[in-house]
Design a protein around this ligand. Sequence first.
Ligand code: CTP
Length: 402
Amino acid sequence: MSVLSGKKIILGISGGIAAYKTASFVRLLIKAGAQVQVIMSPASCAFITPLTLATLSKRPVYTQFEKDFGEWTNHVELGLWADLMIMAPATANTLAKMANGLCDNLLLATYLSAKCPVFFAPAMDLDMFAHPSTKENIRKLKSYGNIEIESAYGELASGLIGQGRMAEPEDMLQTITDFFNNESTLYLKAKKVVITAGPTYEPIDPVRFIGNHSTGKMGFDIANEAAKRGADVVLITGPTSLTTTNDSIKVVKVLSAKEMYQACHEVFSSADIVIGAAAVADYRPKVVADQKIKKNDEEFTIVLEKNPDILASLGAIKTNQFLVGFALETENEIEYAKSKLKKKNLDLIVLNSLNDKGAGFGKPTNKVTFIDKDFTIFPQELKSKEAVAKDIIDQIVKSYVE
Ligand code: CTP
């Protein structure tokens, strides 16, 4: 039996040519045993008829507040009825209205009233999809906890080729089937997760710095994974060539440990979870020369002073935030990691041992051990950094959310 059996699903259709694909989508949902309530924006009725969808869904289709025979269609009740709402196709216009709380039709009013998870499947021409305002609207919707079913790259109704094709009905069915199967893993929905990543550069003079080999990959993978689980992610990163795969992630670029410290403290009060994956320089040059230093002397000494420990400073002022740190150790790994967990007032520490083959800077894999607040130890297998990021988020969900 499908996990969709008996699930109550609102399918919200807005006015784009991809609306024709919803006929087969409704058939797939009904075949899987779901109860489907179709709500159409007035514009969508020009692309597919309510009669077609009412026949396939075996229910009346709603299009307006006041139906033809004068009865009020209650959007609040509809919003409460559903286990899941899916806006497909979600046109640029409907996305913009959803992102800004407009409700000039029954579909949008139902969206605003919905208490259930909301998915949206953008569908539009490539230039509309690429426009910064559309990107911003999608980012906003994701920050509200709505889940995007990404549009595909391919031939569009205009004849142009690019991104903007609505996901195929089979793929949308798979996405929501996976969602119901993994419902418990989406617990980061609407949680604010702050992640530090990458190295820091500590200036010596206008052209030189002290840095390290961190690529930022672990932190970026964690950010992508957290965003996938519905979190509102702020990624504070030192210099790196990496980019995020998820447009909803807010990226704050910093250079030095001092800047990273400030950026973290600016967002800390509104954060639910902070994950310190950055390789923060422990020391910085005490004096930064205004001009480029000339090579006049045979020897040259740079006096270093300590940088603030960012995680420890957050641990000292935390209220409800869940703090996660990393430890990179070469000996007495577990003991050192435990003492860091305690000293910095963390809730979870991710231990990397340099003795493990395949772990560390610049490698695509990592082998970690989790230690929680009660000093329970969870050793993990050697995995890709993406898979480790998934395990880290799973562990946080277990320790924090459940
Ligand atoms: N960290 C931090 N600010 C610093 C240094 C480290 O927030 N100035 C964070 C890192 O992001 C990491 C954790 O603290 O999550 C562990 O850092 P690590 O350098 O391994 O430990 P230290 O506490 O600096 O101790 P030591 O270098 O002596 O091992």
